[in-house]
Design a protein around this ligand. Structure first.
Ligand SMILES: Nc1ncnc2c1ncn2[C@@H]1O[C@H](COP(=O)(O)OP(=O)(O)OP(=O)(O)O)[C@@H](O)[C@H]1O
Ligand SMILES: [Mg+2]
Length: 250
């Protein structure tokens, strides 16, 4: 689970907060979708959850561990895939996965079993022995996802995970997320693909200009005052459009 309490971040020299006074609780067993326009503060929030960026104010608890004061325990309990995974181009896929397996202390037999499973699922088994620099964008994304799943973290954090995935891989990936949360684990991911959020998420949050402007189940958002019956797309446009109004064009 994730508990974000009163978190703010302003980048050096910036006039405005990238994230301002954010409170968010993501519960065990939940797939939570984090939505918002470009520049809204999604990646900044995610970087503060995973400990890549220190919050100016407030605190973040990951599975009960404070990311600032207990970063190792917090990081051990989560897997993270950034928006642009930075893999080592001169390693082979397998070398990279074994490196990550070593870092997280995944024992040999367990590692072999999980690698077989995920590489097969993502149709990467054959390419795994090749240098990462020869991988396509989607293959690199699948390698990053596999590496983050290798230690079977109870919390999975993903910044725009569907980018670059072909339809079969993205379908399989959605299944992984569903299975993962059915077992009581938690998934938090950002996306611009509202259909995916609508299909997959138990709850969503919408951030705009650093502030959380809505959160809840799809039904809660759809039945909120002034938005009755809206699609997620219409709701998103209405909530993130300053002063404008969106007419239903259907
Ligand atoms: N390293 C940085 N230095 C200074 N400002 C930054 C930095 N990273 C992000 N920002 C600013 O912080 C704000 C939030 O950016 P962020 O990357 O969190 O948005 P985002 O919601 O992830 O957007 P996108 O959908 O485009 O990925 C933006 O105004 C952005 O310009
Ligand atoms: Mg981003």
């Amino acid at each position: 689970m994730i508990r974000i309490q009163g978190v703010s971040k302003r980048y050096k020299g910036a006039a405005n907060f990238a994230v301002e006074n954010l409170d968010l609780h993501v519960r065990p067993g939940e797939i939570f979708g984090f939505l918002g326009p470009n520049g809204a503060g999604k990646t900044t929030t995610i970087k503060m959850i995973v400990g890549l960026l220190a919050a100016d104010k407030g605190r973040v608890l990951v599975n009960g561990h404070d990311i600032a004061s207990d970063p190792i325990a917090a990081k051990r309990s989560m897997g993270f895939v950034p928006d642009k995974p930075d893999l080592y181009p001169r390693l082979t896929g397998l070398e990279y996965l074994n490196l990550i397996g070593d870092v997280y202390g995944v024992d040999g037999p367990t590692r072999t079993k999980r690698l077989q499973h995920y590489l097969e699922m993502f149709q990467l088994t054959e390419a795994a022995g090749d240098l990462i620099q020869s991988f396509s964008r989607g293959m690199q994304q699948k390698l990053a996802l596999t590496s983050a799943l290798l230690h079977e973290p109870s919390l999975f954090i993903l910044d725009e995970p569907m980018v670059g995935l072909d339809p079969k891989s993205s379908h399989q990936f959605k299944e992984i997320m569903r299975q993962h949360t059915r077992q009581g684990n938690t998934v938090f991911f950002s996306t611009h693909v509202l259909e995916v959020a609508e299909q997959l998420c138990h709850r969503v949050g919408i951030i705009n200009q650093g502030r959380l402007i809505a959160s809840g189940t799809m039904d809660e958002l759809r039945t909120s005052p002034g938005h009755a019956g809206s699609s997620l797309e219409k709701l998103f446009l209405e909530l993130t459009d300053e002063g404008g109004s969106y007419e239903d064009q259907e």
